[in-house]
Ligand binder design. Structure first.
Ligand SMILES: [Zn+2]
Length: 404
């Protein structure tokens, strides 16, 4: 049975269309615009806006978190360190009650390097458990080691290659073991030889320059150790790299909790208690940071033509990783991007068509015939009022409507 969504305002991932009808056929979008055929289920979306399912371009996730994300209209999460590599996600790929996922596998970092400093003494970050065989842990201190790990990560199903470039200064652990330039250069070059997209964790301007210097494909954080300069914006723009600012995690590192978002009844109604407590908490490791600097850097990158992608760094419901929650924080990040000076339509592109294009997800991120029917229907008009993205009326993953 086909489904026709009629009378909708349609944001197709790039712009608001003149058409108001979308026809779904099984897992795919069959048509946009045109006549509504007879004998189809009709959903009258008057007063609502239909969007491509949202994409969170920076998470650490599992099945429960993917289910939470989907409730907020996030139909794809891109994992930036974790176990959801290709051989480990068959159940997720075919389960339309959870968001879909892609994963870097584990990131290249020296022994004892980031993210080990995030966990309290004695805390054992959870298992790579469950996955068989165990994930490749690509600890590298030399160019040869980093290059040698690339084919192993490719073979074990990483969708892209992540590099940690972090001296611990933002997380309150200065002097943390960190990749040197030669090791980073060699790893990125090897990944490119294997045709892989590369991404870097970099929270400072120096780490950003190192990553851009190595030829990184994307930065999955935005530096937060001070204001931008014209020089660093120009270097990022000239490189063609995209940026996933994750303003929400920078804010959390500065001590800004997600309490304001948690107070929104549209959020509270969908979050279980452990995630509410996590959202109301924060990392709180870099109180000297200034959120105004981060927002100004986002605007400068956008104005320089750099692709901005929505990401959150949402991970696990632990207070020391707080200020974030799967799904909910995507909407918070959209609000931050608009606060930074992007138009609502530009912010929405950053959560739909732009991440799909930059991560090679050619089957999603837009509303067009032949693409996956990953869709979010919200009351109101988020193309003018960004907070309307939280007015969820319906979510579809591969044409299956989520019951919530
Ligand atoms: Zn992360």
């Amino acid at each position: 049975m086909q489904t026709a969504i009629i009378n909708a305002r349609i944001f197709d991932g790039h712009t608001v269309l003149g058409a108001t009808t979308v026809l779904l056929d099984g897992p795919l979008i069959a048509a946009v615009g045109g006549q509504t055929p007879a004998d189809v289920e009709v959903i009258d979306a008057a007063g609502a806006t239909l969007l491509p399912g949202l994409i969170d371009a920076h998470v650490h996730t599992n099945a429960a978190s993917l289910a939470l994300a989907l409730r907020f209209g996030v139909t794809t999460e891109l994992e930036m360190q974790g176990t959801n590599t290709r051989p480990n996600r068959a159940g997720i790929t075919d389960d339309d009650t959870v968001a879909d996922v892609r994963s870097a596998g584990f990131g290249i970092t020296p022994p004892g390097g980031h993210p080990s400093e995030l966990f309290p003494p004695g805390f054992r970050p959870g298992p790579p458990g469950g996955s068989t065989p165990p994930p490749v842990m690509p600890f590298s201190t030399t160019p040869e080691e980093a290059a040698a790990f690339i084919p192993r990560l490719v073979e074990t199903g990483s969708d892209y290659i992540k590099f940690m470039v972090d001296d611990g200064s933002i997380e309150g652990h200065p002097g943390l073991p960190m990749l040197d330039q030669a090791t980073l250069d060699a790893g990125v070059a090897a990944a490119k030889r294997h045709g892989m997209l590369t991404v870097a964790h970099a929270l400072t301007r120096d780490a950003t320059r190192m990553s851009i210097g190595a030829g990184i494909g994307g930065l999955v954080h935005l530096f937060m150790d001070g204001p931008h300069t014209d020089e660093i914006i120009a270097r990022i723009a000239a490189s063609g790299a995209f940026v996933v600012p994750c303003v929400v995690v920078n804010a959390s590192l500065m001590g800004i909790t997600g309490a304001a978002l948690a107070d929104d009844p549209r959020v509270a109604a969908r979050l279980p208690e452990d995630w509410m407590a996590t959202l109301r908490s924060c990392f709180g490791r870099y109180p000297q940071g200034r959120i105004g600097d981060v927002l100004a850097s986002v605007k400068a990158l956008h104005d320089a033509g750099v692709d901005i992608l929505v990401g959150t760094d949402a991970s696990f419901p632990l207070p020391f990783l707080g200020g974030l929650a799967h799904g909910a924080s995507v909407h918070h990040e959209l609000q931050y991007l608009v606060q930074a000076g992007l138009r609502p339509v530009e912010a929405l592109r950053a959560a739909t068509s732009t991440p799909a294009r930059r991560f090679g997800l050619t089957d999603r991120g837009r509303i067009a015939a032949g693409l996956r029917a990953d869709l979010l229907l919200v009351d109101g008009d988020p193309t003018t009022t960004i907070t309307d993205t939280l007015n969820t009326r319906a979510v579809w993953r591969r044409g299956n409507r989520l019951h919530q």
